[in-house]
Ligand binder design. Structure first.
Ligand SMILES: NC(=O)c1ccc[n+]([C@@H]2O[C@H](COP(=O)([O-])OP(=O)(O)OC[C@H]3O[C@@H](n4cnc5c(N)ncnc54)[C@H](O)[C@@H]3O)[C@@H](O)[C@H]2O)c1
Length: 353
């Protein structure tokens, strides 16, 4: 029998969850809930859910879903997620886990108390290229890792598409919670927990900071996050620097380029070019195949290339092992790093004021 799935929140991101759910074997969206009943009904009709509700508690009691996706705005995750956990459902939350450390702790407690599985959709750590990068780091392909740097650029179009009432515009530091969690989850995965950070921001025309430069001291080395807001296109570049080599991952293209410290300057360049060309060609062919599989709605294409679909599918595998609230603990730590950066930002603003 299929796993009974329900969504709470049927806005923008819910569409991606519904598409990703198609790639999950034996899972069916049975009901959705949105405080705007009409929105929930329209969404249910579009995505084949049988019932639409305006009240989450009522939906949970009537439908008894085994899995609930929490897709409400960032600052409204905690209450419906706790309700879902207490109803006995495993919960996949959209990022960020919550917007305060206290709410994250409450969610962790509710998850442990209810004995359910919970995880946050930090999809970039489930991308095929990041999987490869993690495996290369673990296999010591670059020697001991010293430093990770991430450029995370949020496109101007993405920012413009958000209403003025959006969470991200309510406080300058909310940008780190809304967008910074994606690159920080990758930093955490590769370098371990963050111990300290330093923050520098640039603000254009008296508005929100559009350029965040955050330096982190982590358990296994240092890291740096450049967060650019609305200053061009969407871009995520992650560079790892090890004792023997460096490598750059391009999230848009799902490619990795390795720069090793080859002592043969001339032959080394040719060797690197041939190796990278081969890798890029293989990547391109694989991407093209996945694109056509997607176009024909073959889920194997989505699972091969799309980080979002892979993250959702992984959740359904992980919940079988009932690995407790480990997923939430890691996500809570990410919020603690965001919180530390926000506090440093506020302190620096106080100095300028
Ligand atoms: N993983 C990603 O790449 C990614 C991308 C965009 C957004 N997100 C996250 O997804 C979440 C939702 O973002 P969105 O862009 O879809 O927002 P949205 O505003 O488009 O949709 C949120 C929906 O939740 C509904 N809602 C609010 N409170 C509710 C409640 N108590 N019960 C039921 N419904 C309720 C709203 O009416 C709205 O329809 C946010 O946490 C955001 O950060 C993640």
């Amino acid at each position: 029998m299929s796993t009974r799935v329900a969504f709470i929140g049927t806005g923008e991101i819910a569409n991606k969850h519904a598409l990703s759910l198609r790639a999950v074997k034996d899972a069916a969206l049975v009901a959705v809930c949105d405080i705007h009943q009409g929105r929930a009904e329209k969404f249910a009709a579009q995505h084949g859910a049988k019932k639409a509700y305006a009240n989450a508690e009522q939906m949970l009691q009537t439908e008894r879903p085994e899995v609930v996706h929490i897709l409400t705005p960032a600052h409204l995750h905690a209450a419906p997620a706790v309700l879902a956990m207490e109803s006995g459902a495993d919960v996949l939350l959209e990022k960020p886990l919550a917007t305060t450390v206290k709410e994250c702790q409450d969610l962790e407690s509710a998850c442990a108390r209810s004995g359910v599985y919970g995880r946050v959709n930090h999809q970039l750590v489930y991308s095929p290229a990041f999987d490869k990068m993690r495996a290369m780091v673990k296999a010591c392909k670059f020697g001991r890792l010293n430093h990770v740097s991430v450029l995370f650029a949020v496109s101007a179009d993405n920012l413009k598409s958000l209403p003025p009432s959006h969470f991200v515009f309510q406080d300058p530091a909310n940008a780190v919670l809304e967008f910074g969690v994606h690159p920080l989850a990758m930093v955490q995965d590769l370098m371990g927990g963050v111990r300290d950070c330093k923050v520098m921001t640039t603000t254009e025309r008296g508005g929100l900071p559009t350029h965040w430069q955050i330096a982190f001291e982590c358990e296994r080395g240092t890291a740096e996050l450049t967060l650019l807001l609305g200053r061009g296109g969407k871009q995520t570049l992650l560079t790892v620097s090890g004792e023997d080599a460096s490598a750059m991952l391009d999230m848009n293209r799902q490619t990795i380029l390795v720069q090793d410290m080859n002592p043969h300057l001339i032959y080394g360049q040719v060797e690197t070019a041939v190796r990278d060309a081969g890798r890029l060609l293989a990547n391109g062919v694989s991407g093209l195949a996945a694109h056509y599989q997607n176009a024909f709605r073959l889920t194997s294409g989505m699972l091969r290339m799309d980080p979002f679909a892979r993250s959702v599918a992984a959740f359904y595998r992980e919940r079988q092992d009932k690995t407790g609230s480990v997923g939430l603990q890691a996500a809570r730590e990410v919020i603690e790093y965001c919180d530390a950066a926000a506090q440093k930002y506020q302190r620096s603003m106080a100095v300028y004021a």
